[in-house]
Write a protein that binds this ligand. Structure first.
Ligand code: COA
Length: 161
C-alpha cells in the first residue's frame, strides 16, 4: 500500500475568491491530505485585482477558515504542468448550473490531452452559491450592494479600496 500524500490542486482566476469557491475548497480539504488553491490566468479575461492582491485575499481567507492543509500559490503556465511538478494527480473544480458543464467538459478534455494521468474532480456548488460569480460580485459591489455574505471577510477590504 502506498503512503503517498494525496494532493489536489484547485485552479481558478479567483478575481476575487467568493464564498462559493470557499465552499468547494473546504469540501476538497476534507477529501485530500493537501490542497493547493492555485491562481492561474484565464487568458480570455481582464482582471480587476492583481495576482498579489488575489493571493493575499485567499491567504487570509484560508487562515480565517482555519484550513490547515490548504495553501495558495500562483502559476503563469499550464495548470496541469504545475500539478505534475508538485506531485498532484487531481484538479478540483466546482460546478454551478448546467451552463458550467460544457465549459468544464472542454477544460477537462484539454487537461487530459496535456496529461492523461491527471484527473479532474467536480463538486456540485451549494444552492446558496449557485448564482454568484466573481464578476457578478464586482458588479454588485460597484453598484453599492452589500455583498458581505457572499465573499470572505478579507475580500471586503479590497472591494472598499
Ligand atoms: N462559486 C462561485 N463562483 C464560481 C464557482 C463557485 N463554486 N466556481 C466558479 N465560479 C465562477 C468564478 O467566480 C468565475 O466567475 P467570473 O467568470 O465572473 O470571473 C467563473 O465561475 C469561472 O472562473 P474560475 O473558476 O476562476 O475559472 P476560470 O474559467 O476563470 O479559469 C482556469 C480557469 C484558470 C483554471 C484555466 O483557465 C486554467 O487552468 N488556466 C491556466 C492555463 C491552462 O492550463 N489552461 C488549460 C488548458 S487550455
Amino acid at each position: 500500500m502506498s503512503h503517498n500524500k494525496r494532493i489536489a490542486v484547485y485552479p481558478g482566476s479567483f478575481d476575487p475568491i467568493t464564498n462559493g469557491h470557499m465552499d468547494i475548497l473546504i469540501r476538497a480539504s476534507r477529501l485530500f491530505d493537501h490542497v493547493i488553491i492555485l491562481i492561474a490566468e484565464n487568458g480570455a479575461k481582464n482582471s480587476r485585482f492583481d495576482v498579489v492582491a488575489r493571493q493575499k485575499m485567499i491567504a487570509e481567507a484560508i487562515s480565517d477558515a482555519k484550513l490547515e492543509n490548504v495553501e495558495v500559490d500562483v502559476t503563469s503556465g499550464l495548470t496541469v504542468e504545475y500539478a505534475k511538478r508538485i506531485g498532484a494527480n487531481h484538479l478540483i473544480r466546482g460546478l454551478r448550473a448546467v451552463t458550467d458543464f460544457e465549459y468544464e467538459f472542454k477544460l477537462a478534455a484539454a487537461n487530459s490531452f496535456i496529461d492523461p494521468d491527471i484527473d479532474m474532480i467536480f463538486f456540485m456548488a451549494k444552492n446558496d452559491f449557485d448564482f454568484i460569480s466573481s464578476s457578478s460580485i464586482l458588479e454588485m459591489a460597484d453598484g453599492g450592494v452589500d455583498v458581505s455574505s457572499l465573499v470572505p471577510k478579507s475580500v471586503i477590504k479590497y472591494l472598499k479600496k
